[in-house]
Write a protein that binds this ligand. Structure first.
Ligand code: CA
Length: 230
């Protein structure tokens, strides 16, 4: 077990909110409108990538080239339109427990998401009151490079003023794990979607657990371990 962490960095989609089924559904339906085939399963593989990055993987496969800026905009708009018809994603079961465990360890709680919704903080505050602060949030507005680039997690460390060795990341997607490991951070992967555990392990996850309730248990072990070391 690692020394008691000073910060826990949480991803959002698929970690704090059960929003990935909506994203996967929206991607797959929007792509079909443009003659591009993307299964919901594949959407999970690309989770964390920027919208244009995801679109280019498909246009390269079917059209042999990157999408133009105009095409990207149209496809992304179509995705957003389908997404907006989906029911609002519920908080992920066990996430509140994991946040509480992090808080009880005395850790700073940092949000690191590629999402760029203006209402993010209000939404977090309504479901997880008192856990998040605007100055400890990295969103799609802050970074130049999305996951799997390490920039989002490096920026999270910088905002928290904590070294990589004293932080823990909670992620659910292979590209998110890759980003966190690229930043040198111990990473717990909660496999809340349909992907195989091996994909998260191959991306570099230090621990793979099935859900957020298990993440809470992992975090509580730090407390037990440090009490034993006294
Ligand atoms: Ca995620």
């Amino acid at each position: 077990m690692m020394p008691l962490p000073e910060a826990v960095l949480f991803d959002m989609d698929g970690v704090l909110f059960n929003s990935m089924p909506n994203h996967a559904f929206a991607w797959s339906h929007a792509m079909t409108q443009f003659g591009l085939q993307m299964t919901p399963y594949e959407a999970y593989l690309h989770e964390g990538r920027t919208g244009s990055g995801t679109i280019n993987i498909l246009t390269q496969r079917y059209w042999g080239r990157d999408a133009t800026e105009e095409e990207t905009e149209r496809i992304y708009q179509a995705k957003t339109q389908v997404f907006n018809t989906c029911p609002e994603a519920k908080p992920m079961r066990g996430a509140l427990e994991a946040l509480t465990a992090a808080k009880e360890l005395g850790c700073k709680i940092v949000l690191v998401t590629g999402s760029a919704q203006v209402s993010l903080l209000e939404r977090l505050e309504s479901h997880y009151p008192g856990f998040f602060r605007e100055e400890l949030m990295v969103t799609g507005f802050d970074v130049k490079h999305g996951k799997p680039h390490p920039e989002p997690y490096l920026m999270g460390l910088e905002k928290a003023g904590v070294e990589a060795a004293k932080a823990v990341v909670v992620e659910n997607a292979p590209l998110g794990v890759e980003s966190a490991k690229g930043a040198g951070i111990f990473t717990v992967a909660a496999n809340t979607g349909p992907l195989e555990d091996s994909l998260l392990r191959d991306a570099g996850a230090d621990i793979v657990v099935p859900d957020m309730t298990a993440v809470a248990a992992v975090l509580r072990q730090y407390e037990t371990a440090s009490a034993h070391n006294l």
